[in-house]
Design a protein around this ligand. Structure first.
Ligand code: FAD
Length: 361
């Protein structure tokens, strides 16, 4: 596992600052404002937004390399940024020119922040009989009513990308300025990890959405259009970045403890292979390898981050169990990937792995 960073676009000093602030962000549960500011200063807010709106096109793996480094340094920062980028990506993919003209220049300049509240359209509350948010078509737009269960950075965003389901089952994705009448903000959640991401919920009460705010739809399964859906490559990249952190720390421990070396090296090889496969998948050079479908990559990333975090804790012993130790934070953060944007087959694989019969039984 190379100690050097993956990203050519983010300098070492910026990454070191982000890593230094990570423990405090986690312990104090504070929004990672300084980290996000330094990434904006590095130009990240402009990436993957067309130049016409003030953005900058990026090379195919540039974003992933940045996520690998930033996740290794501070998961809160990379996760919060990924939710902003998911919202931006949806707006960029929209066919609605007025929407793009109104929102993208501010987002590209880093003057406004966006987030998504979309899980109720794909992964969350799917077993309930009725949609979490109901949409009704009216003259000039739509009216939304219901509950948005998960919104990261809920009170930090100027634009919320969310959506609802029409009576006929089609879904509409919309952009809601945070001041929109009828949005009621719930509290933010205390969580096993990532409390600093300020993730909360919303109630939408008779929220009127004009046509210029429509991001996509109405169409069935709106989250399957426009890319970046549940279990997208980005979620795997972020999981892998946390695994990189665990493997590097394990290798550091192994430098002076030869008993740790074989397993540390084994993790290093697995991690290197996964990073290579992710980057090759992005450039389309993996062919049709079964190991490199988005689902396989996410399954591998989830498994690696969980196992490597536990290996690091095992090596760090009781010291690593104390609140504030890097091993303690890493193990809590590794659990996040079991629940975040996790497609059912990936969750099933994790359950199978947990239930497998150990060789000693
Ligand atoms: C820290 C964090 C930040 C997040 N940020 C965002 C965000 O910014 N935007 C966003 O859109 N999403 C976000 N998510 C949501 C995430 O991507 C998943 O959608 C979410 O974790 C799914 O969990 P859920 O409890 O809502 O699932 P649900 O499926 O609603 O499950 C809730 C409960 O229902 C029960 N249940 C589940 N399935 C069934 C079933 N088939 N039959 C009977 N009972 C069942 C279980 O007891 C379960 O605990 C975030 C999640 C976390 C943890």
């Amino acid at each position: 596992m190379p100690e050097e960073k993956f990203s050519e676009s983010i300098d070492t000093e910026t990454l070191e600052q982000i890593a230094e602030l990570a423990a405090e962000t986690d312990q104090e549960r504070c929004w990672p404002a300084a980290q996000l500011r330094s990434l904006t200063e590095a130009g990240v807010s402009r990436w993957d937004i067309p130049e016409h709106y003030g953005g900058l096109s990026t090379e195919s793996t540039q974003m992933s390399r940045m996520y690998l480094d930033v996740s290794a340094a501070c998961l809160t920062t990379s996760f919060v940024l990924s939710q902003r980028n998911a919202a931006v990506q949806r707006i960029v993919a929209a066919e609605n020119e007025e929407l793009k003209e109104r929102l993208l220049p501010g987002l590209a300049a880093g003057e406004t922040w966006a987030t998504v509240g979309i899980s109720h359209l794909s992964t969350s509350r799917q077993h309930l009989g009725t949609p979490s948010v109901a949409a009704r078509e009216v003259a000039g737009g739509y009216v939304l009513n219901g509950f948005v269960p998960w919104v990261t950075g809920v009170r930090h965003a100027d634009v919320l990308v969310s959506g609802g389901t029409l009576e006929d089952g089609r879904q509409v994705l919309v952009a809601l300025p945070s001041e929109t009448e009828g949005i009621q903000y719930g509290g933010t959640a205390e969580m096993l990890a990532l409390t600093a991401s300020a993730t909360g919920n919303l109630n939408l009460e008779n929220v009127f959405v004009e046509q210029w705010q429509v991001v996509a739809g109405p169409v069935e399964q709106v989250m399957k259009s426009g890319g970046g859906g549940t279990g997208s490559l980005t979620t795997s990249v972020i999981a892998t970045g946390v695994a990189v952190r665990a493997v590097r720390a394990l290798l550091d421990e192994a430098e002076s403890r030869s008993d740790l070396e074989p397993e540390a090296k084994q993790f290093e090889r697995e991690c290197d292979r996964l990073v290579d496969d992710i980057l090759a998948t992005e450039t389309g050079s993996t062919g049709s390898s079964e190991q490199c479908t988005p689902q396989s990559i996410r399954t591998r990333a989830n498994s690696l981050v969980l196992r490597s975090a536990q290996a690091y804790l095992t090596a760090a012993k009781g010291s690593g169990f104390v609140s504030g130790h890097l091993a303690e934070r890493t193990i809590r953060e590794s659990m996040f990937f079991l629940v975040w944007s996790c497609p059912a087959p990936v969750a099933q694989s994790a359950l199978r792995e947990f239930a497998c019969t150990p060789s000693w039984s």
